[in-house]
Design a protein around this ligand. Structure first.
Ligand code: SAM
Length: 221
């Protein structure tokens, strides 16, 4: 049986949801302003993984206006900390305002800047004190492959890496020649990223069709 993706999304949207009101409002606002935030099934998957894994140190690449960071703050253990990176100044400012309002337990720290530079700096820390046991990648899709070497250093123990928007509205499944010329670089880079995860000796990865396609990787520890 083939499942109609659109009907599935509509059904998901209608399912009971325990998102607190402030997050529902942020979700509506982001959609109205065309800020690309995580979809319902990705939200549920992240919440589920947080409950299962109970991470202490969370890293997010791609904050936007802070919706997913606040979801992670809501469903992670009381003492968890969340470090999130956003390069767009306006979005970072709005995210910080949202954190000031809604991150009651002060879990979230935002750094504005290019993730490529920030991740490189974190991974180069000679003390090796900083590590993460839960990483959520949700930034510029073409750059994931460049971030991966740093992510490998920063993800420790039996840490979890979740990457969103893998399928790129399904275009990842198309052959290179079916993809418009202007999208071929990002298509090639995303395929390279998925291949690199699948070949990684230190991680087990599954590719799910949740959201716009997500990979879920666990470090073998
Ligand atoms: N995770 C957010 C949520 O669900 O609420 C949505 C993130 S949105 C899909 C991706 C964000 O990544 C954008 O706001 C974009 O500005 C940011 N971004 C893209 N490339 C980046 C980079 N190299 N460094 C930091 N942020 C980046």
């Amino acid at each position: 049986m083939e499942i109609d993706e659109e009907r599935f999304q509509v059904y998901l949207e209608c399912l009971p949801d325990d998102l607190p009101d402030h997050l529902k409002d942020l979700e509506i606002k982001a959609k109205k302003n065309r800020i690309p935030i995580i979809r319902k099934d990705s939200q549920k998957l992240i919440k589920f993984m947080l409950r299962l894994k109970r991470p202490a140190h969370i890293l997010e690449v791609g904050t936007a206006t802070g919706f997913s960071s606040l979801i992670m703050a809501q469903y992670s253990p009381k003492k968890a900390d969340i470090f999130t990176i956003e390069k767009d100044h306006e979005r970072a400012e709005e995210a910080q305002e949202n954190f000031n309002l809604y991150d009651k337990e002060n879990k979230i720290r935002l750094e504005e800047g290019d993730a490529a530079e920030i991740l490189e700096r974190l991974a180069a820390d000679p003390t090796k004190k900083k590590y993460y046991d839960f990483i959520f990648m949700d930034a510029a899709k073409g750059q994931y492959i460049n971030f991966l070497p740093y992510i490998r250093v920063l993800l420790r123990g039996r840490g979890i890496l979740i990457t969103d928007n893998i399928l790129q509205e399904g275009s990842l499944l198309d052959s290179r020649y079916m993809v418009p010329r202007r999208d071929r670089t990002i298509h090639a880079r995303m395929r390279e990223y998925v291949d690199a995860l699948m070949k990684d000796k230190h991680m087990d990865t599954v590719l799910l069709s949740a959201g716009d396609g997500m990979t879920l990787s666990v470090r073998k520890g």
